[in-house]
Write a protein that binds this ligand. Structure first.
Ligand SMILES: [Ca+2]
Ligand SMILES: [Ca+2]
Ligand SMILES: [Ca+2]
Length: 341
């Protein structure tokens, strides 16, 4: 019996086992980071600031996409069935015309998501960083000012439109919500930056009787004003530019030019209601909405795959389903397991 040799072998064996365990640990860590939806922020090309140009002017010629450098891509985690998910847009905008967005048809035939003929509330969750949404445009109340921020929700119609149009953008990190009724426009500006890498709940409301507008961030009223009057829904059967009869998420719908950049960031739980949901400050929602009689469109973005964005509202005349138009570099939108709750 040689106790010295046996002890040495034991140490060697422990060292080998330790190294193997460390390898398994590192592999598991990498896997769990991906499974948790952690994504590396893609490098984005800086967007040159372009002076205000109203889309109500002559239609802008089609912009030829500019090839951009290939950023490092992070593999998209594959969500498991049944889990909560969000969408991650990459702000490709005119570099990927018609892509990196969700298109929700609101006419042909008319759909319940076409609000504006009565009161409405539109609310959603978002998470973004300023470095990806920083074209230098600062929000101001004048007219269609919102259209020069990074567009998050676009219910524009080309030109002044009939009856009108509206949308939401991110301007120097603050929310801009604007409405135009064909003859005058107004934009509300948020008072705090929401481009801080945290999830925020955004709610905008419009009262049909007098055009009054409200903007809430995380349940706090940040802006309100008496906006343009009248019906701002999409007139049934109207003909116009190809993207007019759509509600578009995550991009400027017409690809009208670099002056109208698109949103880069996450979105979850979009609800559109045909009533004014909020009469004052409120506690932001702690989970997904359940449809009720005033819910005209509800998107959980929880689909496991495919390109359909399901409207879960159950509203009469619906559903107002959307379609993911995937493309760009990085390619978006992608489904993510990064969610607000
Ligand atoms: Ca969700
Ligand atoms: Ca317009
Ligand atoms: Ca309509």
């Amino acid at each position: 019996m040689n106790r010295g040799i046996a002890w040495t072998d034991w140490v060697r064996w422990l060292a080998a086992a330790g190294a193997a365990l460390l390898g398994v640990h590192l592999a598991l860590s990498a896997w769990s980071a991906q499974a948790a939806g952690v994504e590396v922020t893609p490098t984005q090309l800086p967007r040159a600031f372009t002076p205000l140009v109203r889309r109500d002017a002559t239609p802008t010629p089609t912009v030829t996409p500019t090839p951009s450098a290939t950023p490092t891509k992070t593999p998209t985690p594959t969500p498991s069935p049944g889990s909560n998910r969000s969408l991650r847009f990459y702000g490709n905008g005119v570099n990927a015309p018609g892509k990196d967005r969700v298109e929700i048809r609101i006419d042909g035939p008319a759909r319940p998501a076409d609000v504006g003929a009565g009161d409405f509330t539109l609310e959603f969750w978002m998470k973004a960083v300023l470095s990806e949404n920083n074209n230098g445009h600062t929000c101001s109340a004048a007219g269609d000012n919102w259209i020069n921020g990074h567009i998050v929700v676009d219910r524009d119609v080309y030109g002044k439109g009939d009856y009108g149009d509206y949308g939401i953008s991110l301007a120097s990190g603050r929310i801009a919500f604007g409405v135009h009724n064909g003859s005058s426009g107004l934009t509300l500006c948020g008072t705090t930056s929401v481009a801080d890498g945290q999830w925020h709940h955004i709610a905008v409301q419009r009262r049909r009787s007098d055009g009054y507008l409200w903007l809430f961030v995380d349940g706090q009223l940040q802006a309100q004003a008496d906006g343009p009057n009248g019906d701002i829904s999409y007139r049934d059967g109207r003909s116009g530019q190809p993207k007019d009869p759509f509600l578009v998420l995550g991009a400027e719908k017409h690809d009208a030019g670099a002056a109208y950049p698109s949103y880069s960031g996450f979105m979850d739980e979009l609800r559109i209601s045909n009533v004014l949901r909020y009469t004052g400050n409120f506690t932001r929602p702690a989970g997904p909405f359940a449809p009720d009689a005033n819910t005209v469109a509800l998107y959980h973005f929880d689909e496991a795959g495919g390109t359909t964005i399901t409207d879960s509202s159950g509203a009469t005349g619906g559903p107002s389903n959307g379609v993911m138009q995937v493309g760009g570099n990085p390619s978006g939108p992608v489904r993510s397991t990064d969610t607000p709750w």
